[in-house]
Design a protein around this ligand. Structure first.
Ligand code: ZN
Length: 150
């Protein structure tokens, strides 16, 4: 088990577009394990690799009932709209209301390198969009229609 310190704004790694994972090797799997452990230790519902200081396109999510790990995730379909409150382990002093798609389909690779596709709605769809934004150097205040200090 390896729990990392979570990188917070304004660390520049949070502003980089992370490159794709070209090869799933032991190092990539270790990053995923560390992301999972760090997410659970921080009581988060999702984490992107840049948040532990690794600029790679990897996300982990657990909405409460299942661990989802995805490499090179891509939103291939989205529809509808929802607005709700978001927070972020990398932006510890703010919450914000963000407009997101209501329903999405995400495609990526699992840890075995197999292509996987998931449909997500509501809160899970929000978490996917939030985490994938991290891979493009976007943090939620960029998209928030309103923010509040906490
Ligand atoms: Zn975040």
């Amino acid at each position: 088990m390896a729990v990392y310190n979570i990188v917070t704004v304004p660390d520049p790694i949070l502003r980089q577009k992370a490159p794709k994972v070209e090869k799933i090797n032991a190092g990539v799997l270790r990053v995923m394990d560390n992301m999972r452990d760090t997410m659970y230790a921080a009581d988060g519902v999702g984490l992107a690799a840049p948040q532990i200081g690794v600029s790679k396109r990897i996300i982990v999510i657990d909405p409460g009932d299942q661990l989802i790990e995805m490499i090179n995730p891509q939103i291939i379909y989205s529809e509808g709209e929802q607005t709700a409150r978001e927070g972020c382990l990398s932006v510890p002093d703010l919450v914000g209301w963000c407009k997101r798609a209501q329903r999405i389909t995400v495609r990526g690779l699992n840890r075995n390198g197999e292509e996987i596709e998931m449909e997500a709605t509501d809160m899970l769809a929000r978490v996917f969009q939030h985490e994938i934004d991290h891979l493009d150097g976007i943090v939620f205040p960029d998209k928030a229609i309103q923010t509040k200090k906490i």
